[in-house]
Design a binder for this molecule. Structure first.
Ligand code: PLP
Length: 456
């Protein structure tokens, strides 16, 4: 064996040791960012003509750089939408990398894509969409929303009457920021219904009735949210489906965060109507315990996505050949070359079974209820609204916005917890409040008590 191979094996073992340490730890430090200058001073130049060597670079990672991250899977990281990938999924993420699978075409990635599709079948089954509905894994919710809306727009523009028109979509201010971002990319206008509470059929109808004739002509889609990122609110999907059907509009449901809760029997009824959507976004990297990054876009009629996204090129012809019979994920979303990012999810589902997923999601919902109860028991805090899915909005009575910020940094600085403030609409204004989002089933009641106690 050449020397280089022995080095390679040693390095591989070192990396594996690190990974084993990381996934077997019950609790790792909560982590804290450092300024660029500080990191540069600690690490120096690493990308040089001769390189600094793998061992040295890995030491820098372990010693300094890994500690400047804030891992999302810490049980007291309740900020934004945290995550907590299963150990099984993390292990298969390593295998995904090691296997060099090109996930665009069946011809090259049949085995990996087969696994992805088995996982996707389960996700699609949770939505209740009719036979024929199917989806693909994307880099995240933003890419999924973009793929869905471009499909809707292309479908709408099949009609000659709309060819020269700029499209318009309606959503509510509770919708995720990526909806606005993706409307910009797709060059469509967006009309926001001014409520962060549940978007109702009547509010949607009112917004449509308020359009000018030309705006109505340009309107092609409605984006409903299946679990708002800020508060876990699920729009009236059934009512919205009625309006979309009557008005001949594409219904997209953004359930990037909330989609995992489709597996939870206790709240599944809140999503009724989702089975009538034309497209749905769900992020397995949020509440389906996948590592970053893994989103999904699902279509009632995948053929429409294919018309919108299929890429053509002389060098790509071969993939459409007999030998390449099978499902080509590239045809259904914006990306060509892609990682088989659904593969870790497949292994985790196969390892644990879907019942465990149900239980883990129910635990997040239960933690939100527990937090609601603990808040009720403490005189210095109160709920802003009842917990919804796994989101809890609450206020510390008497605090101003700076108090929340100071408290967040203090707890984070101590390596104790990361809980960030948000804003909630109060009349014409926005109030700064505190927010929990529970994803990690390892979070305990004690964790929540300690966090609330730190506000006393
Ligand atoms: C997080 C989120 C997104 C964006 O998803 P990314 O995976 O971060 O791109 C979109 N919509 C909702 C409702 C979300 O919660």
């Amino acid at each position: 064996m050449h020397k280089i191979d022995i080095d390679l094996i040693e390095m591989t073992l070192d990396v594996m040791k690190y990974v084993i340490g990381r996934v077997s730890e019950i609790e790792h430090p909560i982590g804290k960012p450092k300024k660029y200058e500080e990191l540069k001073a600690l690490v120096g130049d690493t990308v040089t003509p001769k390189g600094v060597g793998g061992e040295y670079a890995f030491d820098l990672w372990k010693e300094h750089l890994s500690k400047a991250n804030v891992p999302v899977d810490h049980p007291r990281n309740l900020a934004f939408v945290p995550a907590s990938p299963t150990r099984a999924a993390i292990m298969f993420d390593l295998i995904t990398s090691a296997s060099s699978i090109h996930g665009a075409y069946w011809m090259e990635g049949a085995g990996g894509i087969f696994c992805e599709n088995e996982a996707m079948k389960w996700i699609v089954s949770l939505t209740g969409l009719p036979e024929g509905a199917f989806g693909v894994f994307t880099s995240g919710g933003t890419a999924a929303n973009l793929s869905g809306i471009v499909t809707a727009r292309e479908y709408w523009r099949r009609n000659d009457a709309f060819k020269g028109e700029k499209g318009l979509i309606i959503t509510s201010i509770g919708a995720h920021s990526s909806i606005k971002a993706m409307a910009k990319v797709a060059d469509v206008d967006i009309l926001l219904v001014e409520s962060e509470e549940k978007l109702s059929a009547s509010a949607l109808q009112k917004a449509i009735d308020g359009l000018t004739d030309h705006q109505r002509k340009r309107l092609f889609a409605v984006v409903a949210t299946g679990g708002t990122t800020n508060a876990g609110i699920i729009d009236d999907l059934s009512g919205i489906a009625d309006v979309c059907e009557a008005q001949n509009l594409w219904m997209h449901v953004d359930a990037a965060y909330g989609g995992g809760a489709l597996a939870a029997d206790s709240v599944r009824h809140l999503f009724n109507g989702i089975e009538r959507a034309d497209s749905i976004t769900i992020d397995p990297h949020k509440w389906m315990f996948s590592p970053y990054d893994c989103g999904a876009i699902i279509y009632k009629n995948p053929e429409l996505a294919k018309e919108a996204h299929s890429q053509e090129g002389s060098y790509l012809e071969i993939f459409k050949d007999e030998g390449a019979h099978g499902f080509n994920p590239t045809d259904y979303q914006i990306q060509l070359t892609r990682r088989v990012r659904g593969l870790p999810l497949w292994f985790s589902l196969a390892t644990h079974g879907t019942d465990r997923y149900k239980e883990a999601v129910e635990r997040g919902i239960e933690l939100a209820k527990i937090a609601g109860k603990l808040i009720g028991e403490r005189p210095y805090v109160e709920l802003v609204r009842e917990p919804s899915l796994s989101c809890v909005l609450y206020r510390r009575i008497g605090w101003n916005p700076e108090d929340y910020t100071h408290w967040t940094y203090k707890n984070h600085g101590k390596g104790f917890a990361l809980v960030t403030p948000t804003k909630w609409k109060k009349g014409a204004d926005f109030e700064t409040v505190s927010r929990f989002c529970f994803i990690n089933p390892d979070t305990t009641q004690k964790d929540i008590e300690l966090i609330l106690d730190s506000m006393a």
